[in-house]
Design a protein around this ligand. Structure first.
Ligand code: AMP
Length: 121
């Protein structure tokens, strides 16, 4: 996926131009299931306003970042994984595997997660 394509993908989901399984919405955020789930629960939370990554979001609009994290916690509640546990991940730039340059929180859980968040292989 080219970066210019990626830049429009989540905006098109937010605009309801392409389908997604939406699980939660706030004034500033939308949460929908990842199309290629990496755990029993795998939901993406995106701010409706686009920033490239979480650092840019934090610098420009800390209240919106807090809304994203609050929405992630609400998604966990809706998915019934608040007590069992979950992981919130912001992949940032290429070494971390960021492929869509519209900041998004991955909410992962619903089963025991691996600890392979370091070096590949
Ligand atoms: P990242 O690699 O951190 O940028 O995450 C991008 C995520 O978006 C990946 O986990 C993809 O599976 C997911 N994704 C790509 N296209 C879609 C789509 N149309 N609907 C839902 N999730 C998608």
């Amino acid at each position: 996926m080219g970066e210019s394509d990626a830049e429009t993908l989540f905006e098109r989901i937010i605009a309801r131009e392409i389908p997604a399984e939406i699980v939660h919405e706030t004034e500033g955020t939308l949460a929908f299931r990842d199309i290629n789930p990496q755990a029993a629960t795998h939901v993406l939370v995106v701010p409706k306003k686009r920033y490239r990554n979480v650092a840019e979001l934090a610098a420009a609009d800390p209240e919106l970042l807090a809304e994203v994290i609050g929405a992630a916690a609400k998604v966990a509640e809706l998915e019934g994984i608040t007590q069992s546990g979950y992981r919130v991940v912001f992949n940032t730039e290429l070494d971390a595997g960021q492929s869509v340059f519209h900041v998004h929180a991955h909410v992962l859980g619903g089963e025991q997660l691996g600890l392979s968040f370091g070096r590949a292989g």
